[in-house]
Ligand binder design. Structure first.
Ligand SMILES: [Zn+2]
Length: 365
């Protein structure tokens, strides 16, 4: 089996106590910069509240109102981007003059490791972890433009982050995701993603795991792999099929553009990927992202999120796959979640998945 390319991780602590990890290929400069900023009052309180009518948890994090919200072009020029490298004149979140990939605790976290407060069946402290993953120090890049080795380094940083989150038994489920585009509510345009570790199972992950467990009990098989196989045979919504991955538009896609990228092998979590699988993903994924932007010739706002087994494992049939979806339904129009979607949870998709797949295949060609 091919070996993973070497990665050097350097752990650091920011002035206010937050953790930061650099991921570099050998030969990068030492990462020994000091965060010189005055520490701000950190550790804001957030709270989990469960609605007894639905049984679902809400994270109440009032402090996030103060976070950097869509700085204008002038403000960004004046204050600078907090995810760019530091310069002698300006200290940012990353105390280095360049970097490859970094993972650090979010300055405005919805969930923290040290949240405290009252605990009742319907109320708990907002224990968890919210991390930022910077994909490159190039402010103007998009993940779609990064070379395969950088995307592979990002996969290695994701996998390592997931493995480290397993060490905290209070964390139940972890979502590795990227929000891209102002139209989807992104506050910073610097190419970055996030990792959220929740102290409960998010409802959608719960539904995915229930369906996977039922199928596994009935057939001994992995539902997400069976569906990906059927989509590959059917080919109508298929976008790509490589040695280790397939990509298709789901038959019942909820969003105007929606893509599932599934490894061919049964893999529960990101840290279960093999080197050859990750290396192939690092070529395929940027291609698919470029096709999304090319479909209408305007940047697609998107959410990309990995679904995986809970951190403690023990989920029969659970399968790792990446879901990418966009709210864009025309070059100049976005889909908004209105009554049926928001109130009833029933999606209405204005673009037939077969048509979206045809558009994306054309953009891939
Ligand atoms: Zn930047």
């Amino acid at each position: 089996m091919p070996a993973w390319p070497e990665v050097r991780r350097t752990d650091a602590v920011m002035a206010d106590g937050r953790s930061l990890a650099y991921y570099d290929r050998p030969g990068a400069p030492p990462r020994d910069g000091i965060d010189v900023r005055p520490p701000e009052a950190a550790d804001p309180a957030s709270q989990l509240r469960r609605d007894p009518l639905t049984g679902e948890w809400t994270i109440v994090a009032g402090h996030r109102q103060e976070r950097t919200f869509q700085p204008t072009a002038q403000e960004t020029r004046a204050q600078g981007c907090p995810l760019c490298p530091s310069t002698p004149e300006r200290a940012t979140e990353i105390p280095a003059t360049d970097y490859q990939v970094v993972v650090f605790d979010n300055r405005f976290p919805a969930l923290t490791r040290t949240a405290a407060g009252i605990e009742t069946p319907d109320e708990r402290p907002g224990i968890g972890r919210c991390q930022v993953v910077c994909f490159t120090d190039d402010h103007d890049a998009r993940l779609a433009d990064l070379d395969a080795d950088r995307v592979l380094l990002i996969v290695q940083a994701w996998a390592d982050s997931v493995a480290r989150l397993r060490e905290d038994p209070r964390l139940v489920s972890c979502l590795v995701f990227e929000n891209r585009g102002a139209d989807i509510g992104v506050t910073l345009t610097h190419p970055h993603g996030q990792v959220y570790a929740y102290p409960f199972l998010p409802p959608r992950e719960g539904r995915l795991l229930d369906a996977a467990a039922r199928h596994h009990a009935d057939t001994g098989r992995i539902l997400a792999l069976d569906v990906a196989d059927a989509e590959e045979r059917d080919a109508v919504r298929l976008l790509a099929a490589t040695d280790h991955w397939t990509a298709h538009v789901p038959r019942a896609a909820r969003w105007p553009f929606e893509v599932r990228i599934t490894p061919r092998r049964a893999i529960a979590s990101l840290d279960g990927l093999h080197a050859d699988e990750a290396a192939e993903f690092a070529v395929l994924y940027p291609r698919l992202l470029r096709a999304l932007d090319d479909a209408y010739g305007v940047p697609m706002p998107y959410v990309a999120a990995w679904h995986q087994a809970p951190l403690a494992g023990g989920a029969p049939g659970a399968q790792l796959f990446l879901e990418v979806f966009s709210t864009r339904r025309a070059p100049d129009r976005l889909k908004y979640l209105a009554g049926s979607e928001s109130a009833a949870g029933v999606w209405i998709n204005d673009i037939a998945p077969e048509r979206a797949a045809a558009m994306l295949r054309e953009a891939l060609a």
